[in-house]
Ligand binder design. Structure first.
Ligand SMILES: C[S@@+](CC[C@H](N)C(=O)[O-])C[C@H]1O[C@@H](n2cnc3c(N)ncnc32)[C@H](O)[C@@H]1O
Length: 312
């Protein structure tokens, strides 16, 4: 299906479907506000869709591909997708039992400090994740070095803890078609990608400065070694004939990693930043290994060895 046909179909479906699926969590680095620009750079057509750093899934829910592989290393986040797919009504029932109360919030937040947390039932974990996301300060999922959720109580008067219609719209989308959900490293998540597939990478960003990075997705962080490893994966996908789009910050390191590809600067609004002064417009890079007009692949002669000088 071509890009134009695909977007027209999405529009028709959105008109018939009163509750269009949308991200059900607020997520640092979420791409909702950038979607119009990202969509201008999609490949003209593609077969399967891969999103190895799915987060809240702004691109996924906008495109609603019928055949998709989504993945994220954050276990609680992926548990939410799985539970919404299989047990939406039980999830909604649990969410209804949660209260917007400071003491209650901290009680629930503290659960991941206990060794039994790993054994907790998936529906309760998903309900906790959504509840904390809706009631914490700035709607920010953030963990400390030990992997414990550490955003403070938000003190909002009326947070939308139970968005029943929104969750059911997400359920309808992710349970029709062929959507596979994984909780692993990005490299493993794209193992099955083949010629004609489209992969959108939205990794944690290369920091613009030592103090300006958001590292709270999980305890391990995502440093330059990981950025380099990601470039090697993109090079391999290019060799296989996959179309790849990648978002990242506009640093010189990122430019040098992807210099054989198409790199455009896009202006993004910073929605969540621990430093208030860091909010506002900021440039970032949108990188594609194809020409968005024709779909022709670029950089197919790249080899990993031409980049070893950039390895950290
Ligand atoms: C910038 S966010 C993605 C935001 C997403 N595009 C959205 O619209 O919400 C980056 C995501 O990468 C995930 N992540 C970090 N390291 C990872 C890894 N090695 N493999 C897979 N996912 C990873 C984080 O948990 C986080 O959700």
């Amino acid at each position: 299906m071509s890009r134009v046909e695909h977007l027209a179909l999405r529009r028709r479906e959105a008109l018939c479907e009163p509750h269009h699926p949308k991200p059900f969590l607020k997520w640092a680095g979420g791409k909702r506000q950038l979607m119009p620009v990202l969509k201008e750079h999609l490949p003209p057509s593609f077969k399967g869709y891969y999103e190895p750093f799915v987060g809240a899934g702004a691109m996924l829910f906008d495109l609603q591909p019928r055949q998709a592989v989504i993945n994220d290393l954050n276990r609680d986040l992926i548990t939410c997708y799985k539970v919404i797919k299989k047990h939406p009504q039980d999830l909604i029932a649990y969410l209804k039992s949660h209260r917007n109360d400071k003491d209650y919030f901290y009680e629930l937040r503290a659960l991941d400090r206990h060794p039994e947390y790993d054994q907790m039932c998936e529906i309760m974990r998903a309900a906790r994740m959504i509840y904390l996301n809706k009631t914490c300060f700035n709607g920010l999922f953030r963990v400390n070095r030990k992997g414990h959720f550490n955003a403070p109580f938000g003190n909002y008067r009326n947070p939308n803890i139970v968005n029943e219609e929104g969750l059911m719209a997400v359920h309808r989308y992710i349970s029709r078609g062929r959507l596979q959900v994984f909780n692993t490293d990005f490299e493993e998540a794209v193992q099955t990608a083949r010629r004609g597939d489209f992969v959108y990478f939205d990794p944690p960003y290369d920091p613009l400065s030592e103090t300006a990075s958001f590292t709270g997705y999980q305890s391990g962080g995502f440093g330059r070694q990981e950025q380099y490893r990601l470039m090697c994966v993109v090079t391999e996908l290019t060799r296989r004939g996959c179309r790849v789009m990648l978002s990242n910050s506009s640093t010189e390191y990122i430019r040098s990693l992807y210099k054989d590809f198409k790199i455009v600067r896009v202006a993004a609004h910073r929605m969540i930043n621990s430093v208030g002064s860091g909010r506002g417009k900021i440039d970032e890079f949108l990188i594609t290994n194809y020409d968005p007009e024709t779909g022709a692949l670029l950089g197919q002669k790249r080899t990993r060895s031409s980049y070893t000088a950039l390895a950290i």
